[in-house]
Design a protein around this ligand. Structure first.
Ligand SMILES: Cc1cc2nc3c(=O)[nH]c(=O)nc-3n(C[C@H](O)[C@H](O)[C@H](O)COP(=O)(O)OP(=O)(O)OC[C@H]3O[C@@H](n4cnc5c(N)ncnc54)[C@H](O)[C@@H]3O)c2cc1C
Length: 455
């Protein structure tokens, strides 16, 4: 039987697979295998405006303003603040953006195969052979972009012991009685139910979020951050209970659901760079997310950078694990983002609702925008230094050690050491009037730090 040959075979026609394929297809021959129909889902994502480029900007609509309100311990004393980080977060409709990428891939002479399920693959010295429901394909490189339940991750038994999972269930719907005091464009960041028993995300108590889309409709959802994914049926029952029976969700009691949105995505293992000989990982399968689960945001932030590095590996024929690991560096705002990602995920998952609310109350002392920055990974080193004394005054070390356990500790320590070193260098630069050090956006290479003699 004839086996078709490509440079790169990508598994998954979601945001990661299609964005990367559209970039790679300008320099090599790509095949995307999608088990459903690539680019036809009906979802939208909220993203920070800074990740939009000349392509994606065309597919962004409206916007929401994030704010925080109604937390468990406020007892009628609601802490409501509006995030000033951005005027609004635009949302992009994937049906249009993903379809655009499919068009680019095909126009460049590459292929997207729908209804084609990846089954297995074997690598050898010169390439990789992929078996699918539509036959066998041969490529020089395989990119796994098959999402949160990747079978390729399972095939390689990639260690996911550091992982936490966001499980999400919600609905877009209409409010026959209007939206009450809420305003169009509101995005309520999370509500930990002052009229519910205290608990924690880890105890299986979800947080509630909503976005007001127009005078009549909203997108409301519950989110769990736990070690194991929560199944759809459990989430559905809890979502229905919360939006019909809680005082704090009274505007949603008569919601007329028009479409259900649910899914799962990983959080808190950004420091885990994964690659195998002739196999790279991208998107949810590579855990490209922030603690808030902004997987689409990370994809938009990284797909061009990642694709350029992959093209380089193809040109140099450095397609072994080592070569591909260097292509898998994340572009981060600041290298401390990785440490913040791990800490923030542990905090969100392991703190009790009361502890979470004690943390939120600190933002009466500290500028509330820093709360937004913690969870979207925008906190700078000096802001971190501003927050630390206030946090250490509120929480005992015993509490902090319980909330942020010793999982992933090696990377945390490496980065903490790196952070202290930078602080020391900054003080010396200040002392001698050298001015600030040059910022880079090249991502952060843990292996390079680990291998360095002083690491
Ligand atoms: C309800 C919800 C709301 C979200 N909101 C936001 C948001 O507002 N902002 C944000 O930044 N992020 C958001 N995210 C996260 C974001 O959607 C994900 O991180 C992103 O979709 C990951 O893209 P991906 O391409 O890696 O994986 P996926 O989107 O999961 O795509 C994987 C693709 O691979 C295909 N596939 C799987 N297995 C196979 C196989 N064996 N063979 C062939 N094809 C296969 C699947 O059909 C799918 O098309 C949200 C997620 C959910 C669930």
């Amino acid at each position: 039987m004839h086996t078709e040959v490509f440079d790169v075979i990508i598994i998954g026609g979601g945001p990661a697979g299609l964005s990367i394929a559209s970039e790679l297809s300008s320099g090599c021959r790509v095949l995307v295998l999608e088990k459903g129909i690539a680019g036809t889902t009906d979802r939208f994502w909220f993203v920070p405006p800074e990740v939009l480029d000349e392509t994606t900007r065309k597919f962004s609509y409206g916007g929401v303003t994030r704010f925080l309100t109604r937390t468990y311990s406020m007892n009628g004393d609601d802490l409501a603040w509006r995030a000033k980080l951005y005027d609004s977060y635009p949302y992009i409709k994937d049906r249009e953006l993903l379809t655009h990428w499919v068009g680019v891939i095909r126009a460049n002479g590459s292929q997207v195969r729908d209804n084609c399920t990846y089954l297995d693959h074997e690598t050898d010295d010169s390439g990789v052979t992929v078996t699918s429901s539509l036959g066998t394909f041969r490529g020089r490189l395989l990119i796994d972009a098959s999402g949160h339940s990747s079978t390729i991750i399972k095939k390689y038994a990639v260690d996911q012991s550091d992982f936490y999972w966001w499980s999400v269930y919600g609905a877009v719907g209409e409010h026959p009685n209007g939206i009450g005091d809420m305003q169009v464009g509101d995005y309520m960041m999370w509500q930990t139910f002052k009229d519910a028993d205290p608990g924690s995300l880890a105890d299986g108590k979800p947080v509630f979020e909503y976005e007001i889309l127009d005078e009549k409709s909203s997108y409301s959802l519950i989110l769990y951050l736990t070690r194991e994914k929560i199944d759809q049926e459990t989430m559905k029952a809890e979502y229905e209970r919360i939006i019909t029976s809680q005082d704090s969700t009274k505007e949603f009691h008569n919601l007329k659901v028009s479409s259900i949105r649910y899914g799962w995505y990983p959080s808190g293992a950004l420091s885990q760079q994964i690659a195998e000989d002739r196999v790279a990982f991208a998107g949810d399968s590579g855990c490209w997310t922030t603690p808030c689960g902004w997987g689409m945001t990370f994809i938009l932030n990284n797909y061009r950078h990642f694709s350029a590095r992959i093209l380089h590996c193809l040109a140099e024929n450095t397609l072994d694990r080592e070569g591909l690991l260097s292509a898998s560096l994340y572009r981060t705002h600041d290298k401390y983002e990785i440490m913040m990602n791990v800490i923030a995920t542990h905090f969100l998952a392991n703190a009790t609702t009361e502890e979470l609310d004690r943390f939120i109350k600190l933002f009466r002392i500290i500028d509330p925008i820093l709360c937004e920055k913690v969870f979207t990974l925008k906190l700078s080193q000096s802001e971190l230094a501003e927050m630390l004394p206030v946090v250490l005054e509120e929480f005992t070390l015993t509490e902090l050690c319980r909330i942020v356990p010793a999982v992933g500790f090696k990377n945390l320590l490496l980065e903490a050491g790196y952070c202290l070193e930078d602080l020391l260098f900054d003080s010396i630069r200040d002392l001698f009037g050298f001015g600030p050090a040059q910022e880079t956006d090249d991502g952060f290479d843990f292996d390079a730090v680990a291998d360095c003699p002083n690491g």
